[in-house]
Design a protein. Structure first.
Length: 300
């Protein structure tokens, strides 16, 4: 085989891997939303309106009483758009970032990378994901908090986007970009690092982490999700407040929260978030890993 044909074959392989990661990340994003949306709504409400909700159980029950299941799934359409877009971009970028990191450190393939190297790959991939996540998550937060902002208001994703564009143009869709980056980059370092470390331990020294089975994959995903949210929760609280109110900067809101509400305000809503991420992240990685296996087997 000539060098030219070898290069072409390798390029096609990279494109195929990228498309498989794109499809797997998309399905993982869908599973992630439907498994975790009710508790995500609770999290956003607690972060944004700390005086209205003393604990997550009260918030959950009150939301269900007032608006039923629809209230708990408020913002599902933009959440689907956000998660599908984020995870499609994230996992596609993650695959390519893994290859780049493996090449940089001299690994022959990505399967031989250490959890720390995978963590760096996830952190790099998060930069690309943040650009598509910020606008869609902004719309989701506004829909989730609309009852508390104005009880007579019944917005749709379209009306929210229309009003945002009318008020501040395209710039309004990137409100909260700084805390989104502050959340995503270190968060996905912890997310992929913890996930790959768990898979490595389940597989053992000479085992294949791609063959550890359904339950270990679910447990690894849950631990990865909890590592992510525990590490980045303060930035997520600030992001939610910026996006719902449309006012302030990252540092101004951070200082105001510390002054008026204390350090614990930065972790309001963490409990329902950890409960949510156990099911959501487990579902995400089960869908992602199994979709990859099926597509690799089908495409050869």
């Amino acid at each position: 085989m000539t060098q030219s044909s070898s290069s072409t074959s390798q390029s096609r392989s990279h494109v195929k891997d990228g498309l498989i990661d794109l499809a797997a990340g998309t399905l993982g994003g869908v599973a992630n939303v439907y498994a975790g949306q009710p508790l995500d709504t609770v999290k956003v409400k607690m972060q944004t309106f700390p005086k209205l909700y003393g604990n997550w159980r009260t918030c959950f029950v009150d939301t269900y009483k007032l608006d039923g299941i629809r209230g708990l799934y408020a913002g599902t359409i933009p959440a689907l758009a956000a998660n599908v877009a984020e995870n499609a971009v994230l996992f596609t970028a993650y695959g390519y970032c893994q290859k780049a990191v493996a090449f940089t450190v001299g690994r022959p393939n990505t399967n031989e990378m250490t959890p720390l190297e995978n963590a760096f790959s996830g952190s790099l991939a998060a930069i690309f994901a943040a650009a598509v996540l910020c606008p869609t998550e902004l719309v989701k937060c506004k829909l989730q908090a609309q009852r508390e902002m104005n009880p007579n208001c019944h917005n749709t994703p379209f009306s929210v986007c229309r009003d945002m564009y009318k008020n501040q143009g395209v710039r309004s869709f990137f409100c909260g970009m700084t805390p989104t980056l502050a959340r995503e980059v270190p968060g996905y370092f912890c997310f992929f690092g913890a996930y790959e470390a768990c898979r490595f331990m389940f597989a053992g020294k000479d085992g294949n982490k791609d063959e550890i089975g359904l339950l270990p994959t679910a447990v690894s995903g849950a631990i990865g999700g909890m590592a992510l949210w525990t590490a980045i929760f303060p930035a997520d609280v600030i992001k939610s407040r910026m996006q719902v109110s449309g006012k302030g900067t990252f540092m101004s809101i951070f200082k105001e929260m510390l002054k008026k509400e204390g350090f614990t305000a930065l972790y309001r809503g963490l409990t329902p978030t950890l409960l949510r991420t156990c099911t959501a992240s487990s579902s995400l990685f089960i869908a992602y890993e199994n979709t990859k296996k099926i597509l690799h087997s089908f495409l050869g």
